[in-house]
Structure formats: C-alpha cells, structure tokens
Write a new protein. Sequence first.
Length: 351
Amino acid sequence: MDFGSDNMAGASDKVLAAITAANAGPADAYGGDALTARVREQLAALFEHEVAAFLVATGTAANALALAALTPPWGSVLAHEEAHVAFDECGAPEFFTGGAKIVAIPGEGGKLTPAAVAAALDSQPPRPPHTAVPAVLSLSQATEAGTAYTPAEVAALAAEARRRGMAVHMDGARFASALLRLGASPAEMTWKAGVDVISLGATKNGCLAAEAVVVFDPERAATLPLRIKRAGHLVSKSRFLAAQFAAWLDRDHWRDLAARANGAADRLAGELQARGIRLAFPLQANELFAVLPLARFEALRAAGIDLRRWPTRSLAPAACGAGEVVTRLITSFATSDDDINRLLAGIDRVG
Ligand SMILES: Cc1ncc(COP(=O)(O)O)c(C=O)c1O
C-alpha cells in the first residue's frame, strides 16, 4: 500500500504481456518498427485527427521536448506556478528550449484563467529586444492540485493564448483520469479546444515507461526527430515503448485503468470525508489532498502510516488553516480495496 504517487504502482498485466510478445524476433530500431507505426495509427484514431507522435520514456522529456518544438530560445512559456514544467523538471524545459523563460502564474486550485494569463502578459509589456517573446501557454491536465480543466476552460485559455500569438501545450501526465471525470473525448479536450501539442502520459496509468509527444499540426513537429535524438531520447529498441502504448490503447485499456484509479480515489475520498477529513481541492482526477491538523498527521505518521506532507507552496494556503497540513494521496489502477482498508484501519486506530 502506498498512496505517495501513481508512479509507485507497477505496470498492467496486459502492458507487460505486450512487452514480452514484442520480444520475439528482430524489429527495426529507432522507431522504424511496425509497432511504432501501429501506435501512430492508434493515436490518430484516439484523437480523431492526423498526428505526428513521438514516444519517449519520461514525462519530463515529453514536456521539455514538446515545449522546445513550440518556442524559440528567446520565447517565454506561461504555466501555473505549481506546474511540473515550472517546478519539478530541474530546468529541463529551459535547457531543451535553449533558454526559454518560464513565466509562473498563480491560480486557485492549480488552474489558470484567461484573466490571469492576460494579467501576466500585460504586466510585462513587450520591450523588444529586452523582453522574452510570449510563445507557449502550458496547461497541466490534470493539474498539480488534482483538478481538471473542462474543455470550455481549455478553449477559453487557448483563445487568449492564440490572441497573443502563442501556441498551447498540454501536460497530460494524468490526462486519462481527468478525461474520464469530464466525460469528454480526447479530441474535445485537445485540438478541438485549441491545444497544439499534448504530452500524453501513460506511465502513471499502467505503462512501465511510456509517454507520447502528440502534435496535431505536423508542421510543428518538423524539428522533433532531431531534438529527440539530441536529447538522448531516441530509444533504439523502440518497439518496447511502442508495445506498451499499443496495449494501452488497444480496446480502450487506458480507460479501464483510469476508471480503476478514479474509482479508488472516489472511495478513499468518501471514507476520509466520513471521518471528518476534508479535501483541499475538488477531486477531479485521481489525486486527493487531505487536510489534517498537524497533531493528527504526526500521530498517524508515528503509527507507521506513510503519509507525506505536501509542500503547501502557493496551492494550499487558502484551503488549509493555521495548524493544519496537507497530505497528498494518489490512487492508481493498482490500488485495491485492501489497500484502502488498511489505510483506513490505521486512521481509525489512531483516531
Ligand atoms: C504533472 C506531471 N507532469 C509530468 C510528470 C512526468 O514526470 P517524469 O519525468 O517523472 O515521468 C509528472 C510526474 O510526476 C507529473 O506529475
């Protein structure tokens, strides 16, 4: 039992079986294999759109390389101040873009609004050649607070970005969980709402290590093959990355996995709330941010329950009173009822 991250779960049996099946015989390397071609077709079908798709092994690579395809080195990338690209990627976006500037914008519940984006841009009027050129708006779906943008919210943000001459990137590390909550189609959540490129995350949702940079306008993808190689992310035995995606996309396996993660999150949220523990943010994917008095949190930890204190940074203060702390609990496709029962038993024991 570990609710620290959905990265702590293993991979789905179907994905593992697909990797084993892909092991038979030789296959072309560096993305030239039949499985990679099949995944490109599957992704085009999933998004109901022509796509250029590139498979990489980490979400950080997907994000940083996607951004690099969308901004010149002198561009700026606007993102929520808690966004993974702004806070958790050790400067990879800045590195791979050749020095683009990340502009971190505050927003309640991990979300940006068109007004906040406009305010950030208007507070720094362009003074060429002194100011970076606004180039990309990056949205996390789901957000770092476990909330999700509706397609209408994405569309409004994308319209603001477009109006300012910027492209739109979506960090979809938890895209599947958010999508299921909203009942939207992948197309409605992305290109139909104005998203140019999505980093489609599969690792947190049942793959072993597989993320896709999905580009809706092939012209924007022109430099990506070179960027990916140069970044050390052109995997030679690419069939094993593709095998994961092929199985994940086959017969909507990704949906089943995300539904399990979301279902576990729903049950856990209900049980916590029944015990007087409130959530800092609405549950709109598979991440819960539970608010606990510091003393109760410490007592639970002292009793051996592996709760981690989530840095409140900018997100939680509004939701978190004096003397309270926030702990992040993430469910995955692998979270069982027993896992939840054990956590609840511990909470009930300590009180
Ligand atoms: C919102 C978000 N984006 C991207 C990533 C991908 O990161 P990694 O490079 O660890 O695969 C993560 C992982 O925690 C994440 O939470």
